[in-house]
Design a protein around this ligand. Structure first.
Ligand SMILES: [Zn+2]
Length: 375
């Protein structure tokens, strides 16, 4: 009897440890200052210092990386024929080394604990050119910047919203910069992004060997050192189609399909919404009329139901039309369910996707976009 209890308790403790272990990066702000005190490392301020630090990390080959347990991240065969040729070997404490100004090597490593974080050595392909480019950017801006994403393992890249399949992040030639208050006027807005973009344009002209792509996203700016100039902006959706019968939501831009998602609907699946409380999903043409970042269902986009015709029809039936129809994520605390949520239609008339999907829909769909909901 006692043994059984001990066994269960041990299993629970192991499960908790494994869960925490993968999210140790949360401790970065605690450990990083401690590292500085011990090593008294000074943030690198010029190209020579940056390259010296880059060369201080041991290097290894892709074949060597594959022999470690890291190998399992190379799940995507498409990238196998042409993997990065050189990887940095980064030990637990060396993660906190500064590489460019106040940017630490940890800021450029694969950021997703689920796929690439271990207590042991971490491997990362990082091109010294991108480090130099970041340095020139800091010099140009005279402000510090922060990095959203640097090197990505193929597995991590697949899980990253909006990432290109053969992304330069896989080769350590790209970083995504989050724009803080670069112009120092006390607020973060389009002007800050513009300032970084202008700085990159200057650098790409002045240093052709560092020239590359620049992608304009809602919350970050992608830059890389691919060798040729390339510019793009994230394509937004201008139309949403929901097909209730096949539980599908499709985003369109200029008639082209951008993305499709599997959805869960109102648990009463027969016909369009007519009355408050009937738990049906409406049918018809509406618009996206607002959004809530702190929804009970992670994030939500409001659908303009009821329209005049819906209200008239409800009155005829002697009921209220209801409202609060949203495209939303999973109930707070249930995000872990992920794709399992659509096993059954569980909403009160809303259209539900997973939390990572609603983040993407949130980003791609502007307010005022037209939404058509078909039976
Ligand atoms: Zn990027």
């Amino acid at each position: 009897m006692l043994n059984k209890k001990v066994l269960i308790l041990t299993s629970i403790l192991i499960a908790i440890f494994l869960e925490v272990y993968h999210y140790l990066w949360i401790l970065d702000p605690v450990i990083a200052p401690f590292y500085d005190v011990v090593t008294q490392q000074i943030p690198p301020r010029n190209e020579a210092q940056i390259l010296k630090i880059y060369h201080s990390f041991p290097k290894t080959t892709f074949t060597e990386v594959l022999k470690t347990d890291f190998g399992k991240f190379y799940g995507d065969k498409k990238h196998l024929p042409n993997p990065p040729d050189k990887f940095l070997k980064i030990n637990w404490f060396d993660r906190y080394k500064y590489v460019v100004g106040n940017i630490r090597i940890s800021n450029l490593l694969c950021q997703d604990g689920r796929f690439c974080y271990t207590l042991k050595t971490q491997y990362a392909a990082i091109d010294p050119k991108i480090l130099v480019k970041l340095h020139l950017l800091l010099v140009e801006l005279k402000k510090s910047i922060s990095i959203n994403s640097g090197y990505r393992t193929p597995q991590h890249n697949i899980q990253t919203n909006g990432a290109a399949e053969g992304s330069y992040h896989l080769y350590g030639k790209a970083v995504d910069i989050s724009f803080g208050d670069v112009d120092g006027n006390g607020e973060i807005n389009g002007a800050d992004k513009k300032k970084i973009k202008e700085a990159i344009e200057k650098i790409d002209v002045k240093y052709p060997e560092l020239c590359g792509g620049m992608g304009d996203y809602q919350s970050s700016l992608h830059i890389d050192t691919r060798g040729i100039k390339s510019r793009w902006a994230e394509t937004k959706a201008d139309r949403i189609l929901v097909e209730k019968e096949i539980r599908r939501l499709t985003l369109f831009h200029d008639g082209q399909v951008l993305k499709t998602y599997r959805v869960a609907l109102g648990h009463n699946t027969t016909g369009p919404k007519q009355c408050e409380g009937d738990s049906k999903t409406p049918e018809g043409i509406y618009t996206i009329s607002g959004r809530n970042e702190r929804s009970q269902f992670y994030r939500s986009l409001r659908i303009s139901y009821p329209n005049v015709a819906d209200s008239v029809a409800a009155t005829k039936q002697g009921c209220k039309p209801g409202g609060d129809i949203m495209i939303h994520g999973l109930p707070n605390g249930f995000g872990w369910m992920g794709k399992f949520h659509y096993v059954r239609d569980w909403t009160n008339g809303c259209i539900a996707v997973t939390n990572s999907e609603i983040e993407e829909v949130w980003r791609l769909v502007p307010d005022g976009a037209r939404i058509e909901i078909r039976p």
